[in-house]
Design a protein around this ligand. Structure first.
Ligand code: ADP
Length: 207
């Protein structure tokens, strides 16, 4: 087995703020942020994969596991070749993948999950409110319809939440996602900074 990518998972329900926080983290040198939903949205809707994505996501359903993991693996390989992701320098921050236990199992061959940052939100209505606001701002068809939002939530509870139990309990850390964006970032950095520092030491960096 080739060496696995050293990875931190950003985990949470739709609307928990994974994307917002992931983008900020990804701007810090030494982190490579992969947001599965963003990559799917960037695919040409007229291509086969683009159509598959549209079919599932517009209903609030997940794209099938094999298609998803294959898309992820190809994308990461391409970015490794382009050198904007350098596995020895960069910690991979995965946002929105794995989203099912079968995805997590397939990906175990490729990733070494050092921590799972679980963005927790106790107030479901607040999350729905965030999704509705995002739909208006970002033109997202999957957030615009109340029925689709509720469907996505149900899929999260049934298919995605069990992913947390796939990893050893001591690797999963909860962060309250209802604070200000800076507060949430602060709490996430407290978790990932020591991992990055260790990663840099391991590969002989000193700053
Ligand atoms: P959110 O963070 O609001 O849940 P995303 O932007 O991450 O939304 O994902 C949008 C849609 O893309 C999902 O509803 C799903 O249809 C598809 N998708 C994203 N990631 C995955 C995944 N890992 N497995 C299957 N489908 C996915």
């Amino acid at each position: 087995m080739t060496e696995r990518y050293r990875t931190v998972l950003l985990f949470g329900a739709p609307g928990a703020g994974k994307g917002t926080q992931g983008k900020i983290l990804g701007a810090i040198p030494g982190f490579y942020h992969f947001a599965c939903g963003d990559v799917f949205r960037s695919i040409d809707i007229k291509s086969e994969l683009g159509r598959i994505f549209y079919d599932y996501s517009s209903r609030g359903e997940l794209v099938p596991d094999e298609v998803t993991v294959k898309m992820w693996a190809q994308n990461i390989r391409a970015h490794t070749i382009l050198s904007d992701y350098k596995p020895n320098d960069d910690l991979m921050i995965l946002d929105g993948i794995p989203r099912t236990v079968p995805q997590a199992k397939i990906m175990d061959q490729h990733i070494d999950v050092l921590k799972v940052v679980h963005l927790v939100c106790k107030d479901q209505e607040k999350m729905f409110e965030r999704l509705r606001r995002r739909a208006l701002k970002e033109n997202r068809f999957d957030d615009a319809d109340e029925k689709v939002i509720r469907r996505r939530w149900a899929v999260y509870e049934k298919e995605t939440k069990p992913v947390l139990d796939h990893y050893p309990a001591d690797r999963v850390v909860e962060v309250d996602s209802m604070g200000s964006p800076a507060r949430v970032m602060h709490d996430i950095l407290e978790i990932v900074e020591p991992i990055q520092t260790q990663h840099f030491k391991r590969f002989g960096e000193d700053d």
